[in-house]
Ligand binder design. Structure first.
Ligand code: CMC
Length: 428
């Protein structure tokens, strides 16, 4: 049943705006005709009230703490599925049959190797370059190598580009790490699982035998599942905006990686661990909690709070369990984990955090797990980018295939100086 339109009345305007109903979630007011009818824009910096697109991929209910990929709750996917299946689900909308899953996994596996010439890119970077800087450069450069998958109007090329990105991103990610520590690059091993192959490329060396631990392989796969998509967050919106101009998918994903790098987004897991290191010991926690509450101090507790989740982050719940399991299985004894556990306890009880609904988010726990697994802090956001590539490319594909898609072009409220005449330099 069609919804009653909303009436906008005032300033000489009496306009009916259609109200569109999603399958779940809030209705949206369709304001596409607003400017033509009223000569006015809407003002919504940070897009806190604006649906930028129609999507069928991921649904979040921030108040209830729900996250679903194509309707499937994240908790069920985390428990029973694996990342390859989740990639298929995000891209194609349904869970694969056994045969479909095998074919998809084989196809991805067959694209894991990088063009050999791309290896040379790495030596152009300083060894101490941040791996995210290398990621932005090398992923963007893929467009210079895979010319046969940059025609966005060809569905087959779109699919090949999607597979290439999902397949090659772990290879590039591991290479950024190997380059930073001066070890040889490890080629992908197609006998291994997606997560297992990544761990092997990260941690094996040609001189030693390396066996991927099943516990770590599962934890890695879980981290990939939990980070795979998150509807129209900043980096996904960046991918869509870049793609809306017709830019090729490799360039769009590079743009997404650049956006993800920021500490308010994917960079939070790294920032969180750096913060825990700065806190150092449990007795210093109150000092940092006090700083986080002080309006005059820009310091925030990294890994706490979320734009959408105002009750709890369902990914954090799954991640918290995994963090405890991984720490127990690895028998890790690290004073930083004591700091993290105590900080979690204090913040969950503190009036400031409780009243503002600031809960530990996914990045709080993922940082702890990744550190226990042996990843350096600087790689944390890279892992987020790796996992999010499946979501980005699915959102990009959905956008390109949407017949109503237009170039993204926000408007503005201009508050600068109105027109004035140029003054020659000797008269200023
Ligand atoms: N520590 C202390 N105070 C905070 C924090 C925090 N981590 N987060 C929010 N607040 C306060 C903030 O000062 C504000 O207070 P007031 O209303 O008195 O001015 C109130 O809570 C609301 O904050 P906001 O910035 O308006 O909320 P937002 O929805 O715009 O920001 C956020 C969400 C994630 C950017 C923010 O909570 C934050 O900066 N958190 C730390 C960074 C972080 O962990 N980011 C990872 C997010 S999860 C991974 C991802 O999806 O990328």
């Amino acid at each position: 049943m069609a919804k009653d339109p909303m009436r906008l009345v005032g300033e000489g305007v009496d306009l009916e705006l259609p109200v569109l109903e999603g399958s779940v979630g809030p209705d949206v007011i369709d304001i596409r005709k607003l400017y033509a009818a009223t000569g006015k824009f809407t003002f919504d910096p940070g897009f806190t009230s604006t649906a930028s697109c129609e999507s069928k991929i991921t649904y979040i209910d921030g108040d209830k703490g729900e996250l679903q990929y194509r309707g499937y709750p994240i908790e069920q996917l985390a428990k029973d599925s694996d990342y390859m299946e989740v990639c298929y689900l995000l891209l194609f909308g349904e869970l694969p049959s056994k045969a479909e899953k095998k074919k998809f996994t084989d196809d991805i596996t067959n694209h894991t190797m990088l063009h050999e010439q791309l290896h040379r890119f790495f030596s152009g970077f300083r060894r101490d370059a941040h791996p995210m800087a290398i990621m932005v450069g090398v992923v963007g450069a893929l467009a210079a190598f895979y010319h046969d998958s940059t025609d966005i109007n060809d569905p087959h090329q779109r699919m090949v580009a999607s597979y290439r990105l999902i397949a090659k991103i772990p290879t590039i990610a591991a290479m950024t790490f190997k380059y930073s520590i001066g070890q040889p690059f490890v080629y992908p091993d197609n006998k291994l699982s997606y997560a297992g192959n990544f761990l092997n490329m990260m941690f094996s060396v040609p001189t030693e035998d390396y066996t991927v631990s099943p516990t770590l392989e599962r934890a890695m796969d879980l981290i990939f599942i939990l980070h795979a998509d998150h509807e129209q967050n900043a980096s996904t919106s960046t991918v869509r905006l870049a793609g809306s101009s017709g830019a090729n998918p490799f360039a769009c994903i590079a743009a997404g990686i650049a956006c993800l790098w920021g500490p308010a987004h994917g960079g939070a897991n790294e920032a969180c661990l750096n913060m825990l290191e700065e806190i150092g010991t449990v007795d210093r926690i109150p000092e940092f909690v006090a700083r986080a509450k002080d309006k005059a101090d820009p310091f925030r507790l990294m890994g706490f709070g979320h734009r959408v989740y105002k009750n709890f982050d369902p990914r954090a719940t799954v991640m918290r369990d995994t963090a405890h399991k991984v720490l127990a299985e690895l028998g890790v004894d690290d004073p930083l984990f004591d700091v993290a556990m105590e900080l979690e306890k204090i913040a969950l009880e503190d009036e400031y955090f409780v009243s503002k609904k600031l809960y530990p988010n996914v990045d709080f726990y993922s940082g702890i797990i990744l550190r226990a697994m042996g990843f350096p802090t600087s790689m944390f956001t890279v892992l987020f980018a790796l996992a999010r590539t499946s979501g980005w490319i699915s959102q990009w594909k959905e956008m390109i295939e949407d017949p109503t898609q237009k170039i993204g072009r926000p408007r503005q409220l201009f508050t600068g100086t109105p027109q004035r005449d140029y003054v020659p330099i000797d008269k200023r």
